[in-house]
Design a protein around this ligand. Sequence first.
Ligand SMILES: [Zn+2]
Length: 288
Amino acid sequence: MMRGHNYTLLTIYQRIKWMFCATFAAQMTEKRLLFLLFFACALCVGRVFARKLPPQAAQPFTIVLDAGHGGKDPGAIGKTGKEKNINLAVTLAVGKLIEQNLKDVKVVYTRKTDVFVELDERAAIANRAKADLFVSIHTNALPGKAQGRGSETYTLGMHRAADNLAVAKRENSAIMLEKDYENRYEGFDPKSAESYIIFEFMQDKNMEQSVKLATLIQKQFRSAGRPDKGVHQAGFLVLRATSMPSCLIELGYITTASEESYLLSQKGVNDLSNSIYQAIKNYKANKQ
Ligand SMILES: [Zn+2]
């Protein structure tokens, strides 16, 4: 009867050692062999664990909602209302509709209360969140006795039309309330037309998708009975620094009495927020 082999770990190790030593006689010291075996084992264990790790979950469709102005920056001022409050009411209502109805969408807010947030920080929030969309919500104003009615949506781009430049200048002026804005925005002067020349040379890879979203928003505003002021391009600092499709909505004119009362009414907030929500929903559906 043959004597049974005792295959303890030590025996296996000694056999492997013998085989290796026979092959590489002089070169293979015991230390090297131990290192080699340890390395091989680590490789095998690593592979097993790598296979068992769950696949990385894909990030949900993320949208950043940006209520313009806030805190020490009231934005445009009407007879009784302030732009910052209208923007926030509509923004929170849009977010609520998304959270209630589009469970696979993540909503990130640049502000949920009456606080001041710098323009570049708003864009940074969107970039850090790796957002799919950035929607900035504002309220329009006209100087003097000029009257305006309706909603319009902007994407970043050509600013040449004098009207668009006026809107961009007004919205960008928010940076003048920021500490050290000259350095933060590399000498950009929101009030000087010359500063806007930078926007003419900008290549915006998200232009097409941004215009698509803006067009969908305007379509919904029209359906809700709002006068359609169209889709435009202008040099908005808050859109310049975002790296995803983005647009800026001007809900209506706080300086026109009938518009102001509409913007401050529950019906106004409901209609406007629902229009923006429907447009976002349609945009997302078209992308899938
Ligand atoms: Zn504004």
